[in-house]
Ligand binder design. Structure first.
Ligand code: ARG
Length: 461
């Protein structure tokens, strides 16, 4: 008995080259405990339909528990000849029960409905782990925002100075996408919880097994309506890969800012020694490697998604062996995020901002020109003209090396009759920031509300 799950109709065994190609235990072993849980549930369904006696069921379930223990402590491992985790575990079960009992378990199921179910169970568990890590990260961002609630940041578009904003507003802008990622994981979990078990190879079972029994024991929701769909679809896996890619992208955008802010030229942030790295040749270097790894891994996460989508494209129904290629990319995405997120959160939680530096740079680059235009609108000037006048004032100042608040009353009037001395009231950073009281704006009062809302949202997950 070599443990293969097929062979009756073959005159010869598989070639060594085929075995090497076909083998998946090196990556699907992480599904072993899910496979055993599925088998226990399946045994109960077999017993309920009369294919196992009460004692056989008890013996089978006890043997599966024993197998689970052997897998957990490494007494049972995949052998060279095992094609996949399912084959290996059947071999392990039969070692415990003998073939008379162990050989009954496979009735009414296929590796096709098994694998489709197990990958969902694995991803659901890891979605919960990643979700907790995301809550931690968003919490660390929130804490930095709260700790710097009055600090000013030169807000940018096109990476150019645009308008001053609160640092807390910008930080919170990195937290909200994470809240949406958490929502995505929650929405996804509803779809992922449907159970393919019972679909068999593709056509369903003739043995009168109740797939609801299995789904309930596995903590899943309703069985899927269509056995072909259940065994052949992997959109749930692709969607999960998308969510992890989006998380990577969200981290990469904050990473890029941290990398820039951490340069000598910006000087906005300093990373904690424990969360930065040195250079093997340049003694002075302190590098933002965590942010760079996050930026780099986001490419890898996108690659995992696109590779999987390419595998799925135009694949005919139902199961094809191509589907075995779904696992490595999505397992990799899980592993990468689970190692990245704690380090990333530590970096965010411990970074220190130079708020004086940010406040000093905030008014530079004529970042209050919009405030001049909006002041003019409040004086009754139409916006087209106001934009023009404010632009002329910028040009006037730029040519003379002045900041916007520096021209004299006469100089202001020489640019436009509408530029009365009162305009200087809006030419302070605090005045500018705190005038943006519209919903979602950067005024202190709005940002304080926003941070409370953010903290409240994080308690949902
Ligand atoms: N290891 C396969 C996978 O990951 C499941 C086995 C299905 N094999 C088969 N010949 N139908 O998709």
């Amino acid at each position: 008995e070599d443990g293969a799950l097929w062979g009756g109709r073959f005159a010869s065994g598989p070639s060594p080259e085929l075995l090497k190609l076909s083998k998946s235990t090196q990556f699907d072993w992480v599904l072993a405990q899910y496979d055993i849980r599925g088998s226990k549930a399946h045994a109960s369904a077999l017993a309920a339909a009369g294919y196992l006696s009460e004692t056989e069921l008890a013996d089978m379930r006890a043997a599966l528990d024993e197998l689970s223990a052997r897998v957990a402590d490494g007494r049972f491992v995949a052998a060279e000849a095992d094609e996949d985790v399912h084959s290996a575990l059947e071999r392990g079960l039969i070692e415990i029960t003998g073939v008379q009992l162990g050989g009954k378990l496979r009735a009414g199921r296929s590796r096709n409905d098994q694998i489709a179910t197990l990958v969902r169970m694995y991803l659901l568990d890891h979605a919960a782990v990643i979700g907790e890590m995301l809550v931690e990260l968003a919490g660390a961002i929130h804490a930095q925002a709260v700790a710097h609630v009055g600090a000013i940041l030169p807000g940018r578009t096109h990476l150019q100075h645009a308008q001053p904003v609160l640092l807390a507003h910008q930080l919170a802008a990195h937290a909200w996408p994470i809240v949406r990622d958490l929502e995505r994981l929650r929405d996804w979990a509803r779809r992922a919880s449907a159970s393919p078990y019972g679909g068999g190879a593709l056509a369903g079972s003739s043995l009168g097994l109740d797939p609801r029994l299995v789904a309930t024991e596995l903590g899943l929701g309703d069985p899927l309506e269509n056995s072909i769909d259940g065994t052949a679809a992997r959109d749930v896996v692709a969607e999960f890969a998308f969510i992890t890619a989006q998380i990577g992208i969200d981290l990469s955008r904050l990473s890029e800012e941290i990398i820039l802010w951490n340069t000598k030229e910006f000087g906005f942030v300093r990373l904690h020694d424990g969360y930065s790295t040195g250079s093997s040749i340049m003694p002075q270097k302190k590098n933002p490697d965590i942010a760079e790894l996050a930026r780099g891994k986001s490419g890898r996460l996108i690659g995992n998604l696109t590779g999987l989508l390419a595998t799925l494209k135009a694949m005919p129904l139902a199961y094809n062996r191509d589907l075995q290629e779904d696992k490595e990319p999505v397992f990799d995405s899980v592993e990468q995020l689970e190692v990245l997120l704690p380090a990333f959160t530590g970096m965010v939680a411990t970074m220190r901002f130079d708020t004086d530096r940010m406040a000093e740079l905030a008014p530079q680059g004529f970042s209050l020109a919009t405030d001049v235009a909006e002041w003019l609108v409040k004086q009754g000037v139409i916006f087209r003209d106001a934009h023009e006048i404010s632009g002329e004032l910028v040009r006037y100042c730029e040519e003379r090396g002045l900041e916007l608040h520096e021209p004299s009353d006469e100089e202001l009037l020489s640019v436009s009759e509408h530029l009365l001395p009162g305009v200087r009231d809006v030419l302070t950073i605090e005045g500018s920031v705190n005038s943006r009281v519209g919903a979602g704006g950067t005024a202190q009062v709005r940002v304080t509300e926003q941070l409370a809302k953010l903290a409240e949202r994080l308690t949902e997950f």
